[in-house]
Design a protein. Sequence first.
Length: 183
Amino acid sequence: MRKFARKFWRDLVLESHGAEIAEAAAVLPLMFMILLGIFWFGQAFSLYGTITRAAQEGARAGSPPYCTTCAQLSDVGHAVNAVNAVNAALAISHLDPTLAQWPTSATNMTHCTAGTPVGCNLVSSNVCVQAPVLIVPPNGTGTGVCGMAVSFQYPFKFYLPYSSLNKRQILLSASANVRLEIE
């Protein structure tokens, strides 16, 4: 009987039938999580591109010709044009414009000629429009130009089960700067 028990346990340990099923059961959930992660990060990247394009459209639509000898730019019509263009670009992309939010920390921009800080125009509750502002090249060399800045944030929710990102909402930021034409 003892010999039979030893042979039974030795054969059981050395047996390889069903090992593929056990390996697949161990690997498939991990591979599924990786594929879901790739999908949701791709969705976030696509949304980021869409909202950045909307900010660019808004900045382009709202940038008026700027008069250096005139008074400060006070026409809210340009800011309304920018906000309407952002909202239209979001709606065309099948995104809800009402979900756009002011940026949590708006970029500190200075007035082109006066050098004073320029805050967000209060025309919209979801898109920050700043004009006329000094736009400095990214590398910091050269002189800045007078321009308009448009920025906002849009929420995105990840769905990755069994992870810390499951149903977590992040805010993707979009901003664009456009040079104003000088009259």
